[in-house]
Design a protein around this ligand. Sequence first.
Ligand SMILES: *Cc1c(COP(=O)(O)O)cnc(C)c1O
Length: 334
Amino acid sequence: MTLSLSLADYQAAAARIAPYINETPCLLSSVLSEQCGHPVWLKHEQEQETGAFKLRGATNAVLQLPDGAAGVTTASTGNHGRALAHAAVVAGLPAVICLSELVPYNKRHAIELLGAEARVIGDSQDAAMREAERLVAEEGFALIPPFDDMQVIAGQGTLGLEMAAAVPGPVTVLVPLSGGGLLAGVAGAMKALNPETRIIGVTMERGAAMAASLEAGKPVDVREVPTLADSLGGGIGMENRHSFAMVQALVDEVILVSEAEIAAGIRFLYLAEGATVEGAAAVGVAAMLGGRFVPDGPVILPLTGGNIDPEYHKRIINGETPDLEDGPCPIYAS
Ligand SMILES: *Cc1c(COP(=O)(O)O)cnc(C)c1O
């Protein structure tokens, strides 16, 4: 089961979702290239519709639902929830994104603006998840997972196909790593095209469940702590079926970065590259600027998302590293 996606599966996913997603620019960073002496490319996926690559996997999964599904649901309020809401509406399917009463109004509003229903239920993420499960059991909805799903992984892999087409030849890709759907898909697609592709997972020092699981050799839980890379938080699921084994098989190295390095990455991308990115998308640049990754050839950094709270962004580009000990970054935490 582990490596059951072939190049043809990724190519089929790309053809399937092409009408619904943007092919985003992959541009040379002259500043980073100059600094390290090798070409460094930025894949500007923060410009994707809904502001993150998650639209690729969600769209691929929604388009393959069996006839008769009443709609789609999830309890994610982050980039996956937004992506699923958008994908379902575009495909003409009802979407119900289940949220707890604690989720701030702006997130609810963002989902409603896409034309999906934001159903507010209970006072915890668990209560929201129970409502999503009830929709599946009683009303014929399909639950689309954020990363541990072969169709989602195939969709995320289309980002890898685009990067390989933009930068031919052997390359190292620094992939932001959380549940591993993105890394599994990008690595699967790019290594199928060129086995010499090196895939490095980058994630935050604070509460990285996949890094801890790779170390332990099995899925483990870690305490979730606030981080600037809020889209990389959360567990990988103790019952993980696909993404853990695929990451284990395909990743060449994992690098951890600090909060100050992530802030420096966000700042650099804005000031030097004109890119507004969220913390999760800045970890690759953070690893380079922090000297944790030293290129020995061409590099691609996928900028995976741009959904950062404007107030935080302003503070960070003005030189601050917001102290998140007091509470989470009020962004689009998944
Ligand atoms: C979800 C997400 C990731 C990580 O993807 P996984 O498939 O969970 O590893 C990285 N960056 C952004 C912006 C995301 O939303």
